[in-house]
Design a protein around this ligand. Structure first.
Ligand code: 16G
Ligand code: ZN
Length: 534
């Protein structure tokens, strides 16, 4: 009855089909109220299903433009919503009447054996978008309809909300993740960081492009916990008040896609050759690094250190530490088809590597299969997972030498420094800073691990992207029939080339990725494949 009453305020906008995809539901912010209300209902059911444990709901559209927004559900271990529940989300947000909506929820309750008498506990947070307050209101009303206990986390980065869920649910257990507050988050990260860089003061300042998003706020808070004697940071693009500024000409996605500095940064005082920089995305769950080899005005000065480069840096470092510590655990790495071929080659010579389809949930689950699983998408989303057994071994191994003892201590602190629930720009930034400081490397030394193959990503508009079906971790098309053979034939004409085609999970288009050994041939290959697709 309650749902029927509340539903009246949240009918589905006509003529729109929503999908709960790789990044939850994402579209224009002003048509998302009904989805937010309904996702709240499902989240309450999810908490009940998990015995009343806390689950989370995050309102954000990440790197998208400011007018977009989205909603994502977080499971009780701080991970993405279990994928078997995604179809129910899609059905619920597309229901055309209260009756239809209730039928979907009834079906979910029955199939997934949800005990409705269990109380529900849901935490919700949001980024800096102007549509957030209105969407959060819909979430609150949905949760009230279900009689759920709620916690308003307010303005948070996505990974902070994931942290809060995990920390809350593990409180007082042997797996306790940290104090379940925002301050607890900064406290945990900063303490681990201080241990790891003790005796190694920073030689240079890191410039951080905060994408004019929530990362600006979070970084400012983090700086209250880490003294300048340990980390020198200069935060830019921190304007979270000006309308339209979010992700506009800045942020991790802009920098990675355009392979250039944030717009206008070259004119900023103090940005000069040798500078080390990084960019967060709009909800601070991604980060890419870059540096300047020459004057900032020259395009060729720009050198990107993307998710692949971060993965190689981290995998190498952890592998070294594990060996030095004498712990019997294995470091592995997970990538997607977008990983630069050079990075895969580099990593495969050092650690086992697996490839999964795009989307954090796929990488995360694959990384769980390693003792220490390093996963990064080329776009800068990633983290490192330590299995419980690996953590136990690290804590129980007695060191055989002072060097082994030092490596063990570093591993213990890294476990705390890394946000293992999901990719986290702040935590990943601290990780990179620690590794560079430990090795006494500048960006050029990091960059010299391998040379990226020239690569290009194109967007192709097609009539129906669902006609494109892939296999082999998205590296091959099985449909439309015959297309893959044509792509293969074209690719074979180029030296050290690779190309794949996949439907986007977040936009209505098909993406074409191409890589070629010879820079001058790249455009011809990418455009050739795009032509075959269109
Ligand atoms: C989402 C994914 C991201 C992926 C991107 C691909 C999460 C949290 N985010 O943003 O990992 O790289 O989608 O987008 O899973 P596409 O399917 O449009 O290429
Ligand atoms: Zn993001």
């Amino acid at each position: 009855m309650l749902i029927e009453e509340a539903y009246k305020e949240y009918p589905k906008p006509e003529g729109i089909k929503f999908t709960y995809g790789t990044a939850g539901i994402r579209t224009k912010g002003d048509i998302l109220q009904s989805s937010c209300f309904r996702m709240a209902l499902i989240s309450a059911l999810r908490s009940k299903k998990l015995g009343g444990k806390m689950v989370g709901v995050m309102v954000t559209a990440s790197h998208n433009l400011e007018e977009d927004n989205g909603i994502k559900a977080i499971d009780s271990r701080g991970e993405m919503l279990e994928s078997s529940w995604e179809p129910y989300c899609t059905e619920a947000v597309n229901a055309n009447s209260a009756k239809e909506l209730i039928a979907v929820l009834d079906q979910l309750v029955k199939t997934c054996k949800v005990d409705l008498s269990v109380p529900a506990l849901v935490i919700y947070g949001h980024d800096t978008r102007p549509t957030c307050p209105m969407l959060v209101k819909a979430v609150v009303e949905g949760l009230a309809t279900m009689g759920a206990t709620v916690i308003d986390a307010g303005l948070k980065t996505t990974p902070q909300l994931h942290y809060l869920v995990r920390a809350h649910n593990t409180q007082g257990t042997p797996d306790a993740y940290g104090e379940p507050t925002e301050m607890g988050y900064y406290d945990k990260l900063s303490k681990a960081f201080a241990k790891l860089v003790a005796g190694k003061p920073p030689k240079t300042t890191l410039v951080v492009d905060c994408a004019n998003g929530v990362g600006a706020y979070a970084l400012m808070q983090l700086q209250q916990h880490i003294p300048e004697s340990l980390l020198k940071v200069r935060a830019l693009r921190t304007d979270i008040k000006t309308r339209g500024a979010l992700n506009d000409g800045c942020g991790a996605d802009y920098v990675k896609t355009n392979q250039r500095l944030p717009l206008g940064l070259e004119k900023e005082k103090g940005i000069e050759a040798g500078q080390r920089l990084c960019s967060y995305d709009g909800d601070a769950d991604r980060i890419v690094y870059y540096y300047l080899r020459g004057p900032p005005q020259q395009k060729e000065s720009f050198r990107l250190l993307d998710g692949d480069k971060i993965a190689s840096l981290a995998a190498d470092h952890l592998n070294d530490l594990v060996k030095r510590a004498g712990v019997a655990i294995e470091v592995g790495c997970v990538q997607t088809a977008y990983a630069n071929g050079s990075s895969t080659k580099y990593l495969e010579q050092r650690v086992p590597v697996t490839c999964t389809p795009t989307g954090v949930k796929h990488l995360h689950h694959a990384a769980e299969r390693y003792d220490v699983g390093v996963y990064f998408e080329a776009n800068g989303h990633g983290t490192i997972l330590f299995s419980s057994e690996a953590q136990q071994k690290i804590h129980e191994t007695s060191p055989s030498s002072p060097a082994a003892e030092d490596a063990l201590e570093q591993l213990k602190s890294l476990i705390d420094l890394i946000n293992q629930t999901v990719g986290d720009a702040l935590s990943d930034m601290l990780l990179v800073e620690v590794i560079l400081r430990t090795k006494d490397w500048d960006c050029q030394e990091w960059d010299s691990a391998y040379e990226d193959l020239p690569n290009k990503l194109l967007k192709v508009n097609v009539k129906d992207r669902f006609m494109f079906v892939t296999e082999d971790a998205e590296r091959k098309l099985v449909k439309p029939e015959g297309l893959q053979a044509k792509i293969d034939e074209l690719v074979a004409k180029y030296k050290d080339a690779r190309s794949f085609v996949r439907p986007s999970g977040t936009e209505d288009c098909v993406r074409v990725y191409a890589e070629a050994g010879v820079a001058g041939e790249l455009n011809s290959l990418a455009n050739g494949v795009a032509k075959l697709v269109a």
